[in-house]
Design a protein around this ligand. Structure first.
Ligand SMILES: Cc1cc2nc3c(=O)[nH]c(=O)nc-3n(C[C@H](O)[C@H](O)[C@H](O)COP(=O)(O)OP(=O)(O)OC[C@H]3O[C@@H](n4cnc5c(N)ncnc54)[C@H](O)[C@@H]3O)c2cc1C
Length: 369
C-alpha cells in the first residue's frame, strides 16, 4: 500500500498512474471537500503527453482550450516574441491546453476508480524510525505507514519534518489571479498573451469557450497598486479586471524552494512542489509534478523502494533544476522597471528568431519517459 499525502495535481496524477499499474494506494488530503477551486492552469504539451498515456488527454482538451500561440508582448499588446505551440503540438502529437484548475481536478478525480481518498486529514506531524513512519493528523488520528509519498505542495509538512535546511524563498513578486466570463477577440481565443510593462505584467489565457483566466504580477505588494499599475496597459486588461468578481481573485506571493538536496529519506519520497516548488513563469510547476508522478509510479512498479526513490531523483533532478533556474531568470527579466533596460530587453527579444524560442520550448515539451 502506498500512502500519498495531498490530493493536488501531483497526488491525484500519481494515484491515476498507480491505478493504471494495478498498485494499491490511499490519499490523505487536508481540504474538507475536494471542491473545484483555483484559477486557470496551462498544461503544456509535456504534461498532456503524460495525460495521453493515462487516457484522459481528450477529456482535458474537450473541457479546456487548445493553445496555438504563446506570445510575449509589451504592455500595448505589441509582439516581442512568439512560440508556435500548434506546430510543437503536431510534432509531439499532443496539444498544449489551458483549463480551469477545478475542472482539471474534477477530471482527475472522476477518472479514479478507487474511493481511497480521505479528506479533512491534515498531516501535522511525522516521525520516521527506520522504515516505519508515524503520521499524526489534525483530528488526532495517528497512523503507522510503510511507504509514504509527500505530494503536499509548496508548504509540505513532510519536507519540513525531514529536511529542515530547505527553504521557501520569497522573490519579491506578487501575483493576482482571476477568472471571468469575457468575450475575447477571436484572434486571441487560442493564444496566451503575456504583456510585459514596467515592473508589472499581465497574462491573458482563454480556458474554455467563455472564461478567461488572467494573472497579474507586480514588484509591489500594495493591493491598491495592483489595478493602478495596469491602467497604462492595453484597455483589455482593465476590462478583464473590472469584469472579475473580487471573490474570484486570488492573491499570493511568488516563491521558490531552495536548498533541498535529497527528495527522499528511507521509505518517504517527495514529488511536485513539495520537492521543487518553482516560480510560475514557464507554466511548468504542475507539468513537472505530473512528470514526477508518472516516472515514480513506473519505478515503484519495477524496483524496490530505495532503488525506485534513488533512481527517481537521478532521472528527474537535472531537468527540473534547469526549469526552476530558467523560470526564475525569466521572472527577473519580465519584472524589470528601468526604462532603458526594458528598451534594450524588448529590442533584443524582437531580434531573436522565433525558431530559437521554439527550439527552447521544444526541449521542455520533449519528454523522454
Ligand atoms: C500563480 C501561479 C500560477 C501557476 N501556473 C501554472 C501553470 O500555468 N502551469 C503549471 O504547470 N503550473 C503552474 N503553477 C504551478 C502549479 O500550481 C504547481 O506546481 C502544482 O499545483 C503543484 O502540484 P502539487 O500536487 O505538487 O501541489 P498542489 O497542487 O499544491 O497540491 C498539494 C495538495 O496537498 C494538500 N496538502 C497540503 N498540505 C497538506 C497536509 N499537511 N496534509 C494533507 N494534505 C495537504 C493540499 O490541500 C493540496 O491539495 C502555478 C503556480 C502559481 C503560484
Amino acid at each position: 500500500m502506498i500512502t500519498i499525502i495531498g490530493a493536488g495535481i501531483g497526488g491525484l496524477t500519481l494515484a491515476l498512474c498507480l491505478e493504471s499499474l494495478r498498485m494499491e494506494y490511499e490519499i490523505f488530503e487536508s481540504a474538507k471537500n475536494l471542491e473545484p477551486i483555483g484559477a486557470g492552469i496551462l498544461l503544456a504539451s509535456n504534461a498532456m503527453q503524460i495525460y495521453k498515456k493515462l487516457g484522459i488527454a481528450d477529456k482535458i482538451l474537450h473541457a479546456g482550450r487548445e493553445i496555438h500561440e504563446l506570445n510575449l508582448t509589451d504592455q500595448y499588446l505589441r509582439k516581442l516574441s512568439t512560440i508556435d505551440a500548434y506546430k510543437l503540438s503536431k510534432k509531439h502529437n499532443s496539444s498544449t491546453v489551458a483549463i480551469h484548475r477545478g475542472t482539471l481536478q474534477k477530471i482527475l478525480l472522476d477518472s479514479l476508480s478507487s474511493s481511497a481518498i480521505y479528506t479533512g486529514k491534515r498531516l501535522i506531524d511525522l516521525t520516521q524510525q527506520n522504515n516505519t513512519n508515524t503520521l499524526t493528523f489534525d483530528n488526532g488520528e495517528i497512523k503507522v505507514k510503510a511507504m509514504v509519498i509527500g505530494a503536499d505542495g509548496v508548504n509540505s509538512v513532510i519536507r519540513k519534518k525531514l529536511f529542515s535546511s530547505a527553504q521557501i524563498i520569497q522573490l519579491n513578486q506578487y501575483c493576482w489571479r482571476g477568472v471571468c466570463d469575457f468575450n475575447i477577440p477571436s484572434s486571441m481565443s487560442n493564444q496566451i498573451n503575456e504583456m510585459w510593462g514596467s515592473g508589472a505584467r499581465m497574462g491573458i489565457v482563454p480556458i474554455n469557450q467563455k472564461e478567461i483566466y488572467w494573472f497579474a504580477l507586480t514588484n509591489d505588494n500594495n493591493s491598491h497598486c495592483f489595478p493602478k499599475k495596469f491602467e497604462s496597459f492595453d484597455p483589455i486588461v482593465s476590462e478583464l479586471i473590472r469584469n472579475t468578481k473580487s471573490e474570484n481573485i486570488i492573491y499570493g506571493q511568488i516563491t521558490e524552494l531552495q536548498n533541498l538536496k535529497k527528495w527522499y529519506k528511507n521509505n518517504i519520497c517527495l514529488i511536485g512542489d513539495a520537492a521543487h516548488a518553482m516560480t510560475p513563469n514557464m507554466g511548468q510547476g504542475a507539468g513537472q509534478s505530473i512528470e514526477d508522478a508518472y516516472v515514480l509510479a513506473q519505478l515503484m512498479k519495477e524496483e524496490n523502494t530505495m532503488n525506485s526513490f534513488r533512481k527517481f531523483q537521478k532521472i528527474r533532478e537535472k531537468r527540473v533544476r534547469n526549469i526552476v533556474n530558467t523560470s526564475r531568470n525569466i521572472g527577473s527579466m519580465a519584472q524589470l522597471e528601468s526604462t532603458i533596460l526594458r528598451g534594450i530587453r524588448n529590442q533584443l527579444m524582437r531580434m531573436i528568431p522565433n525558431s530559437i524560442n521554439e527550439r527552447q520550448a521544444n526541449e521542455i515539451y520533449q519528454i523522454e519517459i
